[in-house]
Write a protein that binds this ligand. Sequence first.
Ligand SMILES: Nc1nc2c(ncn2[C@@H]2O[C@H](COP(=O)(O)OP(=O)(O)O)[C@@H](O)[C@H]2O)c(=O)[nH]1
Ligand SMILES: [Mg+2]
Length: 405
Amino acid sequence: MSKAKYIGVFGRRNSGKSSLINVITGQEVAIVSNTPGTTTDPVKKRMEIPGLGPVVLVDTAGIDDKGKLGDQRVTKTKQVISQIDMALLLFTNNEIGKFEKDLINNFKKEEIPFIIIHNQSDIIPLDSGVALELGEKFKTDIVEFSCSLLDEQEQEEIISFLISLMIKSLEESSYTKRGLFDGLLSKGDVVILVCPIDGEAPEGRLILPQVNAIRELLDRDVIAVVLQPANLENYLYTNKDNVALVVTDSQVFDLVDKVVPATIPLTGFSVLLARSKGSFQKYLKGTPYIDSLEEGHRVLILESCSHHSSCEDIGRVKIPALLAKRTGKKILWDIVAGLDPLPTDLSKYKLVIQCGGCMITNRQLAARLKGAIKAGIPVTNYGMTLAWCMGIYERATEMFVSNNH
Ligand SMILES: Nc1nc2c(ncn2[C@@H]2O[C@H](COP(=O)(O)OP(=O)(O)O)[C@@H](O)[C@H]2O)c(=O)[nH]1
Ligand SMILES: [Mg+2]
């Protein structure tokens, strides 16, 4: 399963959020009604958009709800914004008021790309003066749109136009793509991927970071040699002069470390993943705090994909056990699963350990860690913690520290 892009659909009640989601998906997924407030819960619709891949459209009905306390609305809006990669903001009648301006300010603050859509343009068309003024003011496209065009072909055309703008916005957004091997390799290099097929390997397939690595190496015209730990020594014996990098599963790092000569850089999949996803520089600073943990200190574990039983095992069993063993102290830990809200008071935690985040977007991951980073709490992730506790951290991160990546 690949990571879906989260797209929030914002706008006042009756601006046409549900209708827009329906016309984009081509299905009647959200409840459309002309009674204000019909859709009370955020509706998430997962779909595949050609050229954009898997996306989740988030209907934000309710965040303009006048009946709600202002604070609650602000909290809810922030929560939605922290989860999305892009925003679509609907308005009608050429009117942009405080509600829209506040949202735009929030998008800008969080660096979320956004598109402003003038909906119901079949009733009241977008005024060209207003379009020009808003476009300049907010530095974004203003799209004249309608969800109710009688001409099917015309309707399809403006939907594909909107989708093309969405693709462009997402591509330009800095959070979208960071590779596992950025800055590490050149065309034609040989990389060894050590992938143990043992009791922990899933039946009949590879795990996601391995699959992603192989795909990325192919994209980069790099030669990937995929092998089991037992074959590494033999392979290196004849080929070691041509190997640019060895990447291994953390579980067998010890063994691999002994076999790979010091002249060949060695790292782990989890370290590459930590570097491509999340706050690697913060992880590099935060990980050594593991050794400062004292008896009774509390650690917060963030597990972002609770449906992955192997990750669940790492977060709930392996990491607490490794921390206990490494520190020799009784460390207390709390776990927050999925995208559940974090505890409001983070000050009781001495360290925050985030999972690899293979199932969530970079933006979601950054949002998960923002509070802790702001509060000055050291942060790290599963892979970096495993590497630290197993004593392999230094070698696995060496190339990034010295290169100042
Ligand atoms: N004429 C016209 N009606 C629209 C358009 N978009 C939505 N509507 C209608 O406006 C009403 C509110 O739309 P809805 O999607 O429920 O708005 P929401 O509250 O933002 O989700 C419904 O009766 C829709 O059929 C549009 O582009 N043109
Ligand atoms: Mg609605």
